[in-house]
Design a protein around this ligand. Structure first.
Ligand code: HEM
Ligand SMILES: *[C@@H]1O[C@H](CO)[C@@H](O)[C@H](O)[C@H]1NC(C)=O
Ligand SMILES: *[C@@H]1O[C@H](CO)[C@@H](O)[C@H](O)[C@H]1NC(C)=O
Ligand SMILES: *[C@@H]1O[C@H](CO)[C@@H](O)[C@H](O)[C@H]1NC(C)=O
Length: 449
């Protein structure tokens, strides 16, 4: 008996050893520090050492390599470190790398999450993606610009009010109010009044949905899905937090109201229109009418992908501009020139501002809030080519540019005393500023442009 167990253990160990020869056998440099069975995945258990720091360390250690070998437990995974190669995989050879990690969700509560673009794969993903794509096209984003502009104005008013009683404002929290306002208004038309501090329910629920401050339990559960997706499937562990039900109800309710009339041109309306368009008998492309659950899922996805990422990005940019006053002044001058040219901050003006765009790209390069993207190598897909990522980004950039432009025309930003360097939150997932980070806003005397 004991002998059999020992034999099994040895066999398993040898198997693990064998799996972990994959990269060496192909002459690919393997990141050191992998262990039997878990491979490199044990590195993710350290809550005090976030994943982005680990990835950064690997990248710096292997400077000059275009890629390196990583073992996701027993699965060989290629980590790309070369921007051109990344582009090839995500855009040019996209058809070979269309799928994302499959978490094998089986719990009832995950019915919605499974429908989200980011969690679906194969044909289903492709079809939802092509139905949804047009809602982010440039004419639509231009159409939604006024909704965002209202929120950017409200942010500026909020900052004016807050600085009367505070010498510095919390970086992430301030921008999170703005991005939640924007996303709940633009995604499904709920006015959250965050700036007034009213109706905190949506804010609380969104924070809980994402658990921004990172509960240990939640992190552990996410890790379980990364490490043991099959066991999670078997035990029907739910991937989604309970708060998802709240959003499902809010959005279903809103959809019912919209069916009775009262459109506002937000993403929910556009998705419902896209569903109607699919009923057109003359439609050439294969039909794919969106189900209610899919529309609800994408609305919640917009909160998940659009709230925290954008708030964090704005925080990093604002902080960098505070650190580099000359660049801040240069950007302000560009914005003033645009206002002079167009009379006001228009969609065209903002999208043409070259230095504004460069500042955002540079901030994203230095502090990428989402620091890894995964793709599974799939077999040949030989039809429609769908370009990756352009859509959501177009909206995000407009949102970020507008807020920055309005802020810089009204305030000078500078570092709070003692906070001249960025401190990062020790959160398990994305890269964020520490919640204690503050920034100073000083009103500009704005008599001449
Ligand atoms: C500056 C803030 C943002 C950053 C840095 C960012 C970054 C990213 C990245 C890296 C991905 C790819 C994830 C993957 O493929 O695994 C992604 C996907 C996505 N983003 Fe954003 N994003 C931002 C804001 C937004 C906003 C405001 C929206 C609008 C609702 C949005 C909509 C989407 C959608 C729908 C996807 C999924 C696309 C798909 O599955 O094909 N993002 N984003
Ligand atoms: C990077 O290199 C140092 C020095 O060789 C080593 O101690 C460290 O473990 C390496 N880090 C990673 C993530 O491989
Ligand atoms: C965007 O999509 C809408 C509806 O599908 C369409 O009417 C419009 O022409 C598109 N605009 C662009 C710039 O593609
Ligand atoms: C996230 O989880 C932590 C730990 O349980 C908790 O202290 C925190 O309040 C939660 N964050 C939010 C925004 O709910």
């Amino acid at each position: 008996m004991l002998f059999t167990v020992a034999l099994l253990v040895v066999a398993a160990w040898l198997y693990s050893k064998y799996c972990h020869t994959y990269w060496a056998a192909r002459g690919v440099v393997t990141i050191p520090g992998y262990i039997p069975f878990l491979g490199h995945s044990h590195k993710l258990f350290r809550t005090s050492y976030p994943r982005w720091l680990y990835i950064d360390e690997v990248y710096k250690n292997l400077t000059g390599s275009k890629f390196c070998g990583y073992y996701d437990q027993l699965t060989p995974t290629l980590m790309l470190m070369d921007p051109e190669l990344v582009k090839t995989i995500l855009i040019k050879d996209f058809n070979h790398f269309a799928d994302r990690r499959n978490f094998g969700m089986t719990s009832k509560r995950d019915e919605t999450v499974k429908e989200m673009l980011s969690f679906s794969n194969g044909d289903h993903w492709k079809r939802i993606r092509s139905v949804l794509s047009p809602i982010f096209n440039s004419s639509r984003i231009k159409g939604i610009f006024p909704l965002v502009a209202l929120k950017a104005d409200a942010l500026v008013d909020y900052i004016h009010r807050e600085i009367k009683s505070h010498s510095a404002l919390p970086l992430r929290k301030t921008f999170a109010l703005y991005t939640l306002e924007v996303i709940s208004s633009c995604a499904f038309g709920v006015e959250t009044n965050s700036f007034q501090g009213e109706e905190q329910i949506i804010n609380d629920m969104a924070d809980k949905l994402l658990n921004v401050s990172g509960s240990r339990f939640r992190n552990m559960k996410t890790l379980l899905f990364f490490l043991f997706p099959r066991s999670c499937s078997f035990f029907k562990i739910s991937f989604s937090p309970p708060e998802i039900v709240f959003f499902e109800n809010v959005i279903m309710e809103t959809m019912k109201q919209r069916e009775k009339g009262g459109k506002r041109g937000d993403f929910l309306d556009l998705m419902m229109e896209a569903r109607e368009d699919q009923k057109d008998p003359d439609l050439k492309a294969p039909k794919y009418p969106l189900k209610d659950v899919t529309i609800v899922a994408e609305s919640i996805l917009f909160i998940i992908v659009g709230y925290d990422t954008t708030a964090t990005t704005l925080s990093f940019i604002a902080f960098l501009l505070a650190q580099y006053p000359e660049q801040q002044q240069r950007l302000r001058q560009e914005l003033k020139n645009i206002v002079k040219e167009y009379g006001t901050l228009t969609y065209q003006g903002i999208m043409q501002a070259k230095f504004l765009d460069a500042c955002i790209s540079e901030a994203l390069r230095l502090h990428p809030t989402i620091n890894f993207v995964e793709r599974i190598c799939t077999k040949d897909y030989n039809d429609r080519h769908i370009e990756y990522l352009k859509d959501g980004m177009r909206f995000a950039l407009m949102e970020v540019k507008l807020a920055l432009a309005k802020i810089l025309l009204d305030f000078e930003v500078s570092c709070a005393p003692g906070q001249e360097q960025m401190e990062f939150a020790k959160s398990f997932g994305s890269m964020r500023p520490s919640p204690d980070m503050k920034i100073v806003f000083k009103p500009l005397i704005n008599c001449e442009q």
